[in-house]
Design a protein around this ligand. Structure first.
Ligand SMILES: Cc1ncc(COP(=O)(O)O)c(C=O)c1O
Length: 373
């Protein structure tokens, strides 16, 4: 007799994160995981370092100080906040809480991969709705709602496409959903979105019983290593998550650093301004060499490459790697002709653009010159 995992588990292709090292290279420019290149707030680093004497103590299982700090910063109700070990954990808990075998979890075709993986983990079926030119399509999503649909996940802005739905579109999506479907807006990149018609949907949580917003400290707060995310929920959903989550799912280090990070508006503004400046600069420079970065409301760009050899995304990835630069291949998202590039520090971003300019020049000169290079 062999052990048999639950149906669906063996269909999960384990999530592959962005690469972090290149064999033989000591100095690597990491633009593969949408991290904040400026790192966390110095206040968060100090709060983290101050914990060394208390490592034998369990964390506060209710993360009260952190929830109150988030609530103060964002003008929210702390009782509706649930913290998790990254928003990944909250995504998985939401699926486990509301979907199982025979149920469907709806997402947009190029939505964040964890929605489909979490659905399979719970034995539910992920359903992908087609997009319009890599933008989530409200009508296509609504058309795919069936009586088995339990959750709909939408990343806004979306990783990896960088696209977003406006508040009007979000409201139309919510309005078209039956009450028994939970709409989860994953706003991991909310702080980077500066577009006037962007809305993180936080206000909508208070209006409806079936809408949750997830957020993370891994992106603009620069605390990806500590694994910290949070969900803003209707009370019933918060109750479900609090029953399902581990009693100490968020470490004390993450809680302490999170309190300090959320209070440091200056660092947040600095990080946002840095991103806006270098994102726009990168778009201009890449467009000038004939590449086609998509508009992005996040801290990354999805760049499409020509299909022919010597100019392909695969060749660009290899060229960047040769230059010590890691970006993200997009085959796992069904976009093999694209790369996703995180905006780095000024010098990292300049180095990446320079390498791509070199790549374009080589491709222009033809395959023979590439071999010589
Ligand atoms: C859209 C989106 N949601 C959620 C996450 C997960 O973030 P966390 O580090 O909080 O688990 C990511 C990470 O890349 C993301 O891009």
């Amino acid at each position: 007799m062999t052990l048999t995992p639950r149906p669906g588990i063996m269909e999960i292709a384990p999530y592959v994160g962005g690469e972090a090292a290149i064999p033989g290279k000591n100095r690597v420019i990491r633009l593969a995981s949408n991290e904040n290149p400026l790192g966390p707030s110095p206040l968060a680093i100090a709060a983290y370092a101050s914990l060394e004497k208390d490592l034998h103590r369990y964390p506060d299982g209710g993360a009260r100080a952190l929830r109150e700090a988030i609530a103060r910063a964002e003008d929210l109700d702390p009782d509706r906040i649930v913290c998790g070990a990254g928003s990944d954990e909250l995504i998985a808990l939401l699926v486990r809480g509301y979907a199982g075998p025979g149920d469907e979890v709806l997402h947009s075709a190029h939505g964040f991969l964890m929605y489909a993986l979490s659905a399979k983990g719970a034995g539910a079926e992920p359903i992908a709705a087609p997009e319009r030119e890599l933008n989530a399509d409200v009508d296509a999503l609504l058309e795919r709602v069936s009586e088995n649909t339990k959750l709909l996940f939408l990343a806004n802005p979306n990783n990896p496409t960088g696209s977003y739905l406006t508040e009007a579109e979000l409201r139309r999506l919510h309005q078209g959903l039956p009450e028994q479907v939970l709409l989860v807006i994953d706003a991991a990149y909310a702080e980077y979105a500066i577009e006037d018609d962007y809305c993180s949907a936080m206000d909508m949580v208070a209006e409806f019983g079936n809408l949750v917003v997830t957020r993370t400290f891994s992106k603009i707060h620069g605390l990806a290593a500590l694994r910290l995310g949070w969900a803003y929920c209707p009370p019933d959903v918060a109750d479900v998550l609090n029953r399902l989550r581990g009693p100490f799912n968020v470490s004390q280090a993450a809680q302490a650093a999170g309190v300090a990070a959320v209070g440091d508006r200056q660092h947040l503004e600095r990080s946002r301004a840095h991103n806006t400046r270098w994102l726009n600069w990168t778009v201009e420079r890449l467009s000038a060499i004939g590449l086609d970065p998509r508009p992005s409301a996040g801290n990354f760009l999805l760049v499409r490459f020509a299909g022919e050899s010597g100019r392909s995304a695969e060749a660009a990835l290899a060229h960047l790697k040769k230059n010590g630069i890691l970006v993200r291949a997009m085959g796992g998202y069904g976009l093999p002709d694209c790369l996703r590039i995180t905006i780095g520090t000024e010098s990292e971003t300049r180095a990446m653009v320079q390498a791509l300019e070199g790549f374009a020049a080589l491709a222009e000169a033809g395959p023979a010159s590439e071999k010589r290079a």
